[in-house]
Design a protein around this ligand. Structure first.
Ligand code: NAD
Length: 327
């Protein structure tokens, strides 16, 4: 068994690869893993073991069809994580998002088809559904993305669907809620707030802070992706949720407590353009069909994540007062 993982040097992809190399996925204890990653600002080779007998690392772009065609023969599956992933950046540089997320995904699908790879898991997001005031989304909800990021991910989902419907490529789509955990880039809310609060710095809360997100530990997300790879059905979409919804203000206040910081460091700033108010997934399908259930309790997972960033001061984006780093 050999699996090609795109974006495997990023936050979620690297967690998936480390877990697979550690033997964390039953049946894949001896699987070989090829990571294809462009190492954009968001990717870090150091997120993966420097050397491992079952790991091959290739620096390259998912838009590079000849490269993919040269790599894919001999692989049984592709797990496609690579994407531009930060909504705020997509407001300023949408082109990079449509290149990597839409063209990149289509290129991965084309290469998998031509190379006869048996299975592709396309990792997508709940953000493709848009915003929902009440209730939750099932997989058959129409796509209504609002940001260039979510629009590019919706485009990639449609590309995946088209390769299944037209060519019969075995591709499965996952749509997950917000992830948290170690190794996340410090531009994202939880690492940004954590590292700044630990350093005694203010943190920016968008708008009135009442935007609602559903938070899932990265380990639960990756286990769900593996369940879909192993037991999912071709052409199907699987929502991956947690049921653990928080407003951004609640999350910021919880982080302040965990960091031992004063809540007055939380400062309201102008809202993000087009900011979705609320995301909520109905993930009954993956629970029923594949036995998925999140395992990491939010409070414990968040406390562990804060502790990880407290230890890893090399990840902090700003100058760190020594006392804060040693606390
Ligand atoms: P990330 O930004 O941390 O990592 C993305 C990785 O992809 C990086 O290593 C980067 O170098 C690589 N990459 C980007 N463009 C590339 C290209 N053109 N060619 C090759 N490699 C490229 O992102 P993440 O948070 O780990 O997200 C991984 C996937 O999961 C994405 O598809 C994202 O849409 C999806 N997702 C993320 C979340 C979340 O909360 N972070 C939630 C649901 C779904």
């Amino acid at each position: 068994m050999r699996v090609l993982v795109t974006g495997g040097a990023g936050f979620i992809g690297s967690h998936y690869v480390r877990t697979m190399l550690d033997g964390g996925y039953p049946g894949y204890e001896s699987a070989g893993v090829t990571v294809l990653d462009a190492l954009t600002y968001a990717g870090d080779r150091a997120n993966l073991p420097a050397a491992h007998p079952r790991l091959r690392f290739v620096r390259g772009n998912v838009c590079d069809l000849p490269l993919l065609l040269s790599l894919l023969p001999g692989h049984d599956a592709v797990v496609h994580f690579a994407a531009e992933s930060h909504v705020d950046r997509s407001l300023g540089d949408a082109a990079a998002f449509f290149r990597s997320n839409v063209v990149g995904t289509q290129t991965v699908l084309e290469a998998a088809l031509v190379s006869g790879v048996g299975r592709v898991v396309h990792v997508s997001t709940d953000e493709v559904y848009g915003s929902i005031d009440q209730g939750s989304w099932t997989e058959d909800r129409p796509l209504a993305p609002n940001s260039p990021y979510s629009a590019s991910k919706a485009g990639s989902d449609l590309a995946a669907r088209s390769y299944w419907r037209t060519h019969g490529l075995d591709v499965r789509i996952t749509r997950c809620s917000n992830n948290y955990g170690p190794y996340q880039h410090v531009e994202k809310m939880i690492p940004l707030f954590t590292t700044r609060l630990l350093a005694g710095l203010t943190v920016p809360l968008y708008g009135d802070g009442s935007h609602v997100r559903e938070w899932l530990h990265v380990d639960d997300h990756c286990r769900a992706v593996q369940l879909v790879l192993d037991g999912g059905r071709a052409g199907e979409i699987y929502n991956i949720g947690s049921g653990n919804a928080r407003t951004n203000r609640e999350l910021a206040e919880l982080l302040a407590r965990l960091c031992g910081a004063d809540a007055s460091l939380i400062r309201r700033v102008a809202d993000r353009k087009g900011h979705d108010r609320r995301y909520a997934l109905d993930d009954g399908k993956i629970r029923r069909e594949l036995g998925y259930a999140p395992r990491v309790p939010f409070e414990r997972g968040l406390a562990d994540t804060v502790a990880w960033y407290r230890r890893h001061t090399e990840r902090w984006p700003h100058r760190v007062p020594v006392r804060a780093a040693l606390d």
